[in-house]
Design a protein around this ligand. Structure first.
Ligand code: ZN
Length: 136
């Protein structure tokens, strides 16, 4: 794994949180993006080589809605940048981790993503992400 790509934070009201985190970081978010398939709205803040991703649920059955119901707002996942996500999935499965997505799916921010079940990673929801390279 190359670096912490981003840290995902579950929030109830992304507009309010965008303002709050802009004050905290001294810089506004640089993009917002909805991921329909996950039922989330996201916004991104730059943090040097890494990012902070805010996530708000757009549907009541979104994973983010369920997370907030159970645990309240807060850190939802840590995402690690990988060079080859398929290889990483195979490697981690062989190491005994529970991979939630056998096939990587399309995430926010032009990434292929896969998640590891928190029960195999000391309670941390781990996201693997690989940048999608668009050949023009
Ligand atoms: Zn993420």
């Amino acid at each position: 794994m190359n670096k912490i790509e981003h840290i995902g934070i579950a929030v109830k009201d992304i507009e309010k949180s965008n303002e709050l985190f802009a004050k905290l970081f001294g810089e506004s978010h640089y993009k917002t993006e909805a991921v329909e398939s996950e039922g989330v709205k996201t916004s991104f803040f730059k943090m040097g080589e890494s990012k902070i991703e805010l996530l708000e649920a757009t549907t009541p059955d979104s994973p983010i809605a369920k997370f907030i119901e159970k645990k309240g707002e807060g850190i939802h996942h840590i995402a690690f940048d990988v060079t080859n996500i398929e290889e990483e999935i195979d490697r981690l499965k062989n190491e005994g981790f529970i991979v939630l997505n056998d096939t990587p799916k399309r995430g926010a921010d032009n990434k292929l993503v896969a998640f590891l079940h928190p029960k195999s990673t000391n309670g941390i929801l781990v996201e693997l992400c690989q940048e999608i390279v668009i050949n023009k």
